[in-house]
Design a protein around this ligand. Structure first.
Ligand code: SF4
Length: 455
């Protein structure tokens, strides 16, 4: 509980309800970004765009969806890891140029964005936002390649970092994942039409079938209903973000070829086996701790119950009233169920500890609700390093685990005992070895596949 979500992308081709289905897809991907959302649709001639800041349900209505006529659309939900929470950085981006009018949605973060920006500005191009995603479109439009497909390939060869992209013009749709495959992107079918999404949960909502992952380094081109695939980039080690399984993705999604519910539950099970504790009740920190808490309860034989209730209606824009009333802190989001907790030795299960301040408040809240003992179990290893691949993490010095050992953190959050999943057990939970391809674990071990940007 602490890292911020990133972005979600969705796209569909050859469907007369393309914009409406994209709206539904974005609704399912709302958890990946709540700052802004947008849809671009085409009827085979024009590209039409509607985007704004806020939640998907607040931005779109019948009237503006009707303006997005056409049979092909891409959409985006945004959380700002680059480019700030401003209207200009909302996606999709549209840019006119050599290849006509192009639209792009991006999930990820470019580590050489500043160099790319300088290069683009030397070409006297005008950029509308501080977003790294807009740079990709500018690069493509600057390319001297023969075809749009070649221009995309040429541009992406200049780019470093993480990208899962949907790019379209009035008749083509491209889906591409960076060669390390940091961020997810899946391919599905709705009848004989192709659909793309950051997570498979969006397919469930629109009645599409999950087909497969777009593979790291793969470029898929859809034109007139036919699919062509290629691997035009230098092959790199696969580094999908393990934090998608720990926290970001919805538990009902299939990500990197695996059920998130299954891997998350396994994390809880392994945590219980390695760090058992005598207690009366397992309590998940909602919502992301629920699946791991189920696994912990199963493996330990200790019952699980919902001793903390989350208020789902607290938006990002909630402004805490002046301190003269009171400091609500974490209480505005979570409330303990006193009759479940009072007189019990409880085990709290959370997915991660970032700064430690929220964990400390939760422990205090549970003690005030009458817990006799509070044992804290975390279903991921200590987060010691920042992410540069599309997740909004604090700088390293603000990550509590970067400068405190387990004992000091236990003392800081005032729990009776504290234990984290080991990296070895996380690797087991996500079946790293049997998949025959790795994951990114850089926020746990500092092993960055792409060098962080130089600041
Ligand atoms: Fe995911 Fe962490 Fe790697 Fe970022 S550094 S991509 S959050 S595993």
């Amino acid at each position: 509980m602490g890292f911020k979500d990133e972005c979600g992308v969705f796209g569909i081709t050859q469907h007369s309800e393309a914009a409406n289905l994209t709206y539904l897809g974005l609704y399912a991907l709302q958890h990946r970004g709540q700052e802004a959302a947008g849809i671009c649709a085409t009827d085979g001639a024009e590209l039409r765009l509607y985007k704004d800041q806020g939640y998907v349900a607040d931005i779109f209505n019948e009237a503006n969806l009707q303006l997005l006529a056409g049979d092909q659309a891409i959409g985006h939900t945004r959380y700002s890891t680059s480019g700030g929470n401003i209207k200009e950085s909302a996606q999709p981006f549209i840019r006119n140029g050599r290849f006509g009018r192009l639209a792009l949605c991006h999930n990820g973060n470019l580590t050489n964005a500043e160099q790319l920006r300088s290069y683009i500005l030397t070409k006297e191009e005008i950029l509308q936002s501080p977003s790294d995603s807009e740079l990709l479109l500018a690069l493509i439009q600057l390319s001297q390649a023969e075809s749009l497909s070649d221009a995309i390939i040429e541009s992406l060869k200049q780019v470093q970092g993480a990208y899962s992209l949907l790019i379209m013009d009035h008749e083509n749709l491209f889906a591409v994942r960076d060669p390390h495959g940091f961020r997810p992107l899946v391919l599905g079918r709705l009848g004989n039409r192709y659909v793309f999404s950051s997570e498979s949960c969006a397919f469930d909502l629109i009645g599409a079938n999950y087909d497969r992952e777009v593979l790291p380094g793969e470029l898929i081109h859809i034109q007139k209903g036919s699919l062509q695939t290629s691997f035009p980039f230098e092959r790199k080690s696969h580094k999908p973000c393990v934090f998608e399984h720990v926290y970001f993705a919805r538990p009902d999604s299939f990500v990197f070829g695996q059920s998130v519910m299954k891997t998350r539950r396994e994390m809880g099970r392994l945590l219980a086996e390695r760090y058992p504790v005598s207690a009366d009740l397992v309590i998940p920190v909602p919502d992301s701790g629920v699946a791991a808490a189920l696994g912990f309860a199963e493996a330990s034989g200790i019952p699980m119950d919902f001793g903390l209730i989350r208020n789902h209606y607290v938006g990002r824009t909630f402004i805490e009233p002046k301190q003269s009333i009171r400091s609500f802190g974490v209480r505005i989001k979570l409330n303990p169920v006193r009759h479940l907790i009072e007189g019990k030795r409880v085990i709290l299960i959370d997915d991660s500890i970032v700064r430690g301040t929220t964990s400390k408040k939760i422990v205090e809240m549970v003690r005030q609700a009458g817990a006799l003992e509070v044992h804290f179990r975390v279903s991921s290893p200590p987060t010691t390093h920042s992410c540069f691949y599309g997740i909004d993490t604090p700088s390293r010095e603000n990550l509590i685990a970067s400068h405190m050992n387990n004992e000091a953190m236990n003392h800081f959050i005032k729990s009776d005992t504290l234990a984290f999943l080991t990296l070895e057990d996380l690797i087991r939970a996500v079946h790293d070895e049997s998949r025959g391809s790795g994951y990114c674990y850089a926020c746990f071990n500092g092993d960055y596949a792409v060098p962080p940007p130089v600041v």
